[in-house]
Design a protein around this ligand. Structure first.
Ligand SMILES: Cc1cc2nc3c(=O)[nH]c(=O)nc-3n(C[C@H](O)[C@H](O)[C@H](O)COP(=O)(O)OP(=O)(O)OC[C@H]3O[C@@H](n4cnc5c(N)ncnc54)[C@H](O)[C@@H]3O)c2cc1C
Length: 461
């Protein structure tokens, strides 16, 4: 269905405060553009919701007219679940306020806010909660899948810091979910994705962070990758919760602190943040500089918000992207051989493989404490295929899939739901793990007809 009945749409248009964008409107192509340019979906209508009441009306419209509905937060989902073909989109991106209660160290964040909106508001008071590493990502999708980033070893997954959510459910009711109100729904929202309704507002616990922190990047030539990775693994195992170090393998971007002869060559980068006093951090990170002979480095104290945006230039919207991901409980030498082999055959200058180190606080809750189940994961690996020319689609996708297969024997078998691509429906069980059946029970209670199904879907029946 690509066109909704004019009368129904006219009625909705007259009813909501926000704009309703239709296929014939000039704004349509911009309104249906999302981060991953591989996604080319054509909704019949996009409602740019301006209020909770707009979200309720859009959900009611979809249900009453038996129309597919997608909910859009930041539009970063690699699988393209912010959009649907032929249905209606509840686009929350205009609802992006983040309010901070400083004495209570609590944030109230609207369902369309991006990480940058939240970080900026909280950091104005020296506060933060764990979020992801690219500031244009949506708070909503990231949180509902679990959420991890530079603060996670110290303060846990994003969901570990969620205290409440206001949700427009399939009946059009707005429910408040917390440990004490609708606790089953609150349990499911913390890792169960967008399956249970449209979240208009999140309540987060905040921590004192920065605002200035030691961070940096240390680059090694790829020839040293295996020995650097071995030392990295041993270093991370002993590092305090405050120190997080991720590894990225790719072709070196033309960064000003790298010698020009290094630009475009295969490198391993250690990216780190120390969530504490900078001088202590300097001595703690010193060994990272002696894993081999660095090709270049940048280490300095900078605002946490700047570090949160440091990788944005490599992750701009509009490129073609295809991801494959595994969780790891440990890193084996055999995996390092595979990584270096595949970095030797990168199909584009933008492709990369990264290992995001979590652990410490992320491992503390029980696997069934909330929907996010993967408390044994120490590393989240993403094979990030990224390129510009559609003619490169098959080559780049092939590379990502081949490395994914080659690295599978070393992985835990589970996967982060927010890194699943559109063609990975068979991995939904691995994403929700042992919590799937309980999630299905909650789904039966709050969305028995599966109105919210444009996501990594939990089936009610
Ligand atoms: C460049 C990049 C970097 C990333 N880095 C990290 C990272 O460091 N850590 C991490 O944990 N993840 C990371 N991610 C993954 C990210 O968490 C997911 O892509 C997530 O789905 C993005 O959320 P969004 O709101 O932007 O997405 P959208 O595409 O808008 O939505 C994603 C899903 O959430 C649902 N949804 C969105 N908003 C709402 C809402 N208000 N209520 C209910 N359901 C909603 C949608 O229906 C959809 O199913 C990254 C993604 C990208 C593209």
């Amino acid at each position: 269905m690509t066109r909704l009945a004019d009368t129904a749409i006219d009625k909705l248009r007259g009813n909501v405060d926000g704009q309703v964008v239709l296929p014939d409107d000039d704004a349509y192509d911009a309104a249906r553009a999302i981060w991953n340019a591989m996604i080319d979906k054509r909704p019949a209508a996009i409602v740019r919701c301006a209020s909770d009441s707009d979200v309720v009306k859009t959900v009611n419209f979809a249900r009453d007219n038996d129309v597919l509905i997608a909910v859009r937060g930041g539009g970063h989902n690699i699988a393209g679940n912010a959009l649907c073909d032929g249905g209606i989109v509840a686009d929350l991106s205009q609802m992006n306020a983040a309010k901070i209660d400083v004495p209570a160290k609590r944030a109230t964040v609207e369902g369309g806010a991006r990480l940058a909106d939240f970080d900026a508001a909280a950091q104005a008071h020296g506060l933060a909660t764990p979020l992801g590493i690219n500031s244009t990502t949506g708070v909503a999708g990231l949180t509902l899948g679990g959420g991890f980033g530079w603060l996670s070893r110290k303060y846990g997954m994003t969901v570990d810091n969620l205290e409440s959510a206001d949700v427009v459910t399939a009946t059009g009711k707005v429910l408040h979910a917390s440990e004490t109100e609708n606790p089953d729904l609150f349990w499911a929202l913390r890792g169960g994705g967008g399956n249970f309704g449209a979240v208009t507002r999140f309540g987060f616990r905040l921590h004192e962070v920065g605002p200035n922190l030691l961070s940096g990047l240390i680059f090694y030539p790829i020839a040293e990758a295996k020995t650097v990775l071995q030392q990295y693994r041993d270093f991370v195992a002993k590092a305090p919760d405050e120190l997080v170090v991720w590894t990225v393998l790719r072709k070196a971007p033309p960064l000003p602190f790298l010698p020009t002869e290094v630009h475009g060559t295969e490198v391993l980068a250690l990216a780190f943040l120390y969530v504490g006093e900078a001088e202590k951090g300097r001595s703690l990170v010193e060994p990272l500089r002696h894993f081999g002979k660095p090709a270049g480095e940048f280490i300095g104290v900078q605002p946490y918000t700047a570090w949160q945006q440091a990788f944005d230039p490599l992750l701009t919207p509009g490129a073609r992207n295809y991801w494959k991901s595994h969780n790891f409980t440990k890193l084996d030498d055999g995996l390092f051989d595979k990584v270096t082999e595949y970095i030797g055959k990168l199909p584009s200058v933008q492709c990369e493989i990264f290992f995001g180190a979590i652990g410490c606080a992320t491992t503390k809750p029980a696997p069934d404490a909330m929907a996010y189940a993967h408390r044994d994961a120490r590393y989240v690996m993403n094979v990030h295929g990224r390129w510009d020319d559609p003619a490169d689609d098959q080559r780049c996708i092939r590379w990502a899939r081949d490395f994914f297969e080659a690295s599978a024997p070393y992985a835990s078998g589970s996967v982060y739901v927010n890194f699943l691509t559109a063609d990975e429906g068979d991995r939904v069980g691995a994403a929700y793990g042992g919590n799937y059946e309980r999630l299905a029970q909650v789904k039966r209670k709050y969305d028995p007809e599966n109105l919210f199904r444009v996501n990594q879907n939990i089936r009610p029946g």
